[in-house]
Design a protein around this ligand. Structure first.
Ligand code: NAD
Length: 694
């Protein structure tokens, strides 16, 4: 990840000469000897500026002062090392239910941003790090934008069930190719420096030390907004917009169905109806944003945002880890090693074979380049990743992570060997996905320093890591592991050892039920479709193929052996596929045939699935989640919801399995489970824990 260039507020102040800085709450204003005014945003606390209501009110006062004594140029900058400004203060969005009150607040905000745009002196936003959401909208209201190398811009609002609400919808689509603007807003994808320049979001990209010269070069220019391109003019015509909007609708529906995610669809309507007519679009943006904010989808997605923040807090603190030794460089080991090296850890990587080591280094280079690292950063990350076939790193590492094949005896041997060779204060972790830790811990004499770090595949894309405790793990080991997970920018979910831990315990019944439905003769594509219609990002059979049928079989068998709850046996057809080497995506065939990384599903069969199909798939997950709460596998319902969402993608707009159960009504869910149990068997019997959920 490109680190934001060090903010030079200190230097700016030094360079500005003798003028006193005037304070406007969260802003400071200082005029330099060249007649340039520097408005510095320095929001309260935290490492990031947000565009809270207070920041906008303070900006309004600052604009009064600027209007009263116009400078040659007004520069907007941030004092935070992390970036220009993140979006709105999301805590202000929480529990919003009064559309009229939201509309009124938005109008005030628009008033301030409009005043900034209308100033009679030229304005420039100098952006280092990120300018997101409201932060990006602030920059868009300026006449010019200068990016400090490494800066990035984006509208992540769709992830919260919203679209830009502070003028972004019309300002960005006026500034750049409107279809590119819509793509950014519809997907939430950000534009990093080079792309931002190519799109025309910024005029200039400079290194931090050249900011002042770039600003001075603008000081003489008139305060003209950049001219609108030909493309923007074409889309002023309604037929052109209609055609483009219809294409956008089809693409958006495939990824974010309107029934679950109304925001992107509202944005398309907004642009289709009013594109090119700024006044109308502004009014429609305000109304649409206020309406969206009060929907269940937005409120649940805002909940998910805070669930993420909650997990992040588990990862605060010091891990005391600098050097990681990875044992096993296969699918998981290679990814974990790459992520650690990219995040600045020294990594030695061991394996019994040489081939996986070579592959792992290549793989790391690919991950680094996908993570927008510069060539120098990629080189540094790869320098930190050392293939170590002889395992020398074991002796000096602060943390050793075992990711060898899922064979209990092999793992016990490896853990004992690690303990014998590692430093006495090193932490020993295993990435096992199905072996209970109490059993493995008995192979380690100093079991207090041993625990589970259960990563999910692919590690570079899935943020969740279960930090798995067992009876003997010390608090210190667990808190160091939590902090380590935080330090690699992943989300630590503390769980207790239990068959399948938390995530696989919840997910496996869903996969198994789908396999049973195939056994009953239902069409796999139709089964997947039913789960996707509920809001799962991927159907259960596609997930099983992705994970690997061998791994699913292993986890299912281990749950069946170790749980007292009834877990159905894996159907024979699935065992047969595993035996014949048809393991899923990795072998090119499993339940589906795979081509170029995609399952070849064909059209779902004509005959519809039984009406209870969706409940049959989803409710076993809720039932298992309640069991995990009852068994204290996880501390609370929020951690559970967060872990399941971030590891499996469980319909985020529902706010997590427990939250969904509560919103649907516990009584209703229990009744549906009982009904399913009568029809399909005792595996659906409601867990005892439902009584405590209320
Ligand atoms: P893999 O087969 O891809 O890789 C295992 C690697 O370990 C291979 O490169 C192998 O050569 C190496 N190895 C074998 N014996 C070794 C030894 N004695 N010392 C050092 N290395 C040895 O397996 P994987 O999918 O990466 O799984 C590794 C672990 O991670 C397992 O415990 C698995 O349950 C767990 N896990 C896997 C996934 C997944 O989706 N693949 C997800 C979460 C956890």
């Amino acid at each position: 990840m490109t680190k934001p260039v060090l903010n030079v507020l200190g230097e700016i102040e030094l360079e500005l000469g003798s003028g006193e800085a005037r304070s406007f709450g969260t802003w400071r204003l200082r005029r330099d000897d060249a007649g340039i005014a520097w408005a510095i945003l320095d929001g309260k606390g935290g490492g990031a500026n947000t565009l809270s209501q207070a920041v906008l009110e303070d900006l309004s006062k600052l604009l009064d002062a600027v209007e009263a004594d116009l400078p040659k140029l007004l520069v907007l900058r941030s004092s935070k090392l992390s970036g220009f400004a993140a979006g709105a203060d999301i805590s202000e969005f929480r529990d919003a239910s009064d559309e009229a009150a939201v509309t009124a607040r938005l109008r005030e905000g628009h008033g301030v941003i409009d005043r900034l745009e209308a100033l009679s002196c030229p304005t420039v936003a100098v952006v280092h790090g990120y300018a997101l959401g409201g932060g990006f909208e602030l920059a868009l209201a300026c006449d010019h934008r200068i990016a400090v190398a490494g800066a990035w811009f984006g509208f992540p609002e769709v992830r919260l069930g919203l679209h830009p609400g502070l003028g972004g919808t019309f300002r960005l689509s006026e500034l750049i190719d409107p279809t590119e603007a819509m793509t950014m807003m519809l997907t939430g994808k950000s534009a990093h420096t080079r792309k931002a320049k190519a799109l025309g979001i910024v005029e200039t990209v400079v290194e931090e030390r050249h900011v002042r010269a770039a600003v001075e070069a603008l000081a003489g220019k008139p305060g003209e907004a950049s001219g609108r391109g030909l493309k923007a003019a074409i889309f002023d015509l309604e037929p052109a917009r209609k055609l483009a909007a219809s294409r956008m609708r089809t693409q958006t529906e495939a990824k974010a169905p309107q029934a679950h995610y109304p925001a992107p669809h509202a944005l398309i309507d907004l642009w289709e109806s009013h594109g090119g007519d700024r006044k109308a679009m502004q009014e429609a943006e305000i109304r649409s944003f206020a309406r969206l904010l009060t929907t269940k989808t937005a409120q649940n997605l805002i909940r998910v945002f805070f669930l993420r923040e909650g997990l992040k807090k588990n990862g605060a603190g010091e891990s005391g880890v600098d050097h990681v030794h990875m044992l096993g460089a296969g699918t998981m080991g290679a990814e974990i090693a790459a992520v650690c090296a990219i995040k600045g850890f020294r990594v030695t990587l061991g394996d019994v074979k040489l081939e996986p080591l070579a592959k792992a280094v290549k793989h790391a280079a690919r991950i680094a380049s996908d993570a927008h690292l510069t060539d120098i950063e990629i080189r540094d990350a790869l320098d930190r990743l050392m293939p170590d076939p002889k395992g020398y790193g074991l002796r000096t590492a602060d943390l050793v992570i075992e990711a060898a094949p899922e064979k209990p005896e092999l793992k016990r041997e490896l853990l004992a060997m690690i303990e014998a060779r590692a430093r006495p204060d090193a932490i020993i972790a295993t990435n096992t996905s199905s072996l209970e830790l109490d059993g493995l811990a008995s192979a380690v004499r100093t079991a207090g320093r041993f625990a589970g770090l259960h990563f999910f595949n692919p590690v570079s894309k899935l943020d969740l890591v279960e930090v798995v405790s067992h009876e003997k793990a010390t608090k210190k080991t667990l808190s160091r592991l939590n902090a380590f997970v935080g330090a690699i920018d992943h989300l630590p979910a503390p769980v207790r050892t239990y068959p399948g831990f938390l995530v696989n315990r919840v997910l496996t019944p869903y996969l198994l039920e789908a396999a049973l439905m195939v056994d009953e003769g239902h069409d796999p594509a139709a089964i997947d479709h039913a789960a996707e219609r509920f809001g799962m990002p991927m159907g259960p059979l596609e997930v099983a193929d992705q994970v690997g049928l061998d791994i699913c079989l292993h986890v299912a068998d281990s749950l069946r052996e170790n749980l007292s709850t009834p877990i159905p046996d894996v159907p024979d057809w699935m065992r047969a596929r595993v035996e014949s080497g048809k393991l899923g995506a990795k072998t090119g065939e499993g339940i589906y045939r795979w081509e170029e990384g995609k399952p070849q599903k064909g059209k779902p069969a004509e005959h519809p699935l039984p009406e209870d199909a969706q409940d049959r798939l989803i409710l076993p997950m809720l039932n298992a989640a309640v069991e995990c709460l009852r068994k204290d596998v996880v501390a609370d319902a929020d951690t559970l919801d967060a872990a399941v969402i971030f590891a499996t993608g469980f319909a985020p707009f529902c706010g997590g399995p427990i939250h969904y159960a509560r919103e649907r009504g516990v009584v209703d869910v229990v009744a549906a489970l009982k009904e399913l149990a009568t029809r399909h068997g005792p595996r659906f019997a409601p867990d005892d824990g439902w009584k405590d959920l209320g």
